[in-house]
Design a protein around this ligand. Sequence first.
Ligand code: ADP
Ligand code: MG
Length: 347
Amino acid sequence: MPDPVGVQIVDVTKSFGDTTVLAGITLDIAAGSVTAILGPSGCGKSTLLRILAGFEDPDAGTVRIAGSTVADRTGTVPAHRRRVGLMPQEGALFPHQDVAGNISFGLGRMAPAQRAAEVAHWLDVVGLQGFADARPHQLSGGQQQRVALARALAARPRVLLLDEPFASLDTGLRVRVREDITAILRKSGTTAILVTHDQAEALSLADQVAVLLDGRIAQYGAPVDLYRRPASLGVARFVGSTIEIDGQAEGGVVTSPVGTHPAAGAVPDGPVTVVIRPEQATCGPGAGDAANAVVIGHRFYGPQTVVRVRLVDGTAMELQEAGHSTTAVGESVRVQLHGKVLAFPQT
Ligand code: ADP
Ligand code: MG
């Protein structure tokens, strides 16, 4: 049986003045899943979340949450009656209230003893036992985000929306905090929608990723499928690094200056842009006929070196080598591709 639908978005459009931000968004989000909406800055991610939360009305289209319609052409259900939580970019804790006060915010009316028990429960869920009396400024950025999450979850939303929740954290902290928070979301079984412009974040955290480009969902799928089988060159570029060279497709096989390789997915015969993921390409010694490139430069980054080569047809290409490169500038080398290659028709 398919998972019950947590959120259903059907043909939602939204313009501000003459600018169409959402040009028809259709998306089914399974209950209990963690879904990422990935798109560049300014593509309408926050607008879509605000429509789901009820802070903004769509121009057209339908939104259903856990089976009930909250927006369609007949009207909208106000935000406070949707049971949708929104966790903003900066945790936005109340600075003059302690952690318990912040978490209590979402609890509504209840007896003091029950309130204390609820606060203790959510502190336990987010791993901050003993912090009830702390003030936000006494906490690290990661701890503040966990309090914000506890506050959002305490209101028991049917759907929790997270708007770039890790963007304000330092790089070192970000990976830890986002893994902690996703683990908590999974454990709590909450339907969560996270928006981000960070492809690594979307791919590593979410069960499903919707790529939002030019006002539309360019592709919706599991992270590994988006990465290996992007539906367009735009998606391929947005979900990972690409090395792009010209090639020719014929009968599902692609020929380029680095050889002949099976295409990943169907591609019509004719000129194509061959898209290579950095981890697919290696460069090793090659003399005489085996050589297909010359090394023209190196950039050392510590764990890896970017090796710049010029292919026989004159195309420059950058490859990654683990650690320090064993090649020298001016050396003839052989570039090899592993696995199937992505290819998109050139128009
Ligand atoms: P993202 O969250 O993906 O960065 P937003 O949803 O915040 O993008 O914004 C998408 C576009 O809509 C931007 O060009 C932004 O300037 C515009 N926009 C957002 N909200 C409003 C508004 N209330 N009035 C006018 N323009 C808006
Ligand atoms: Mg935004």
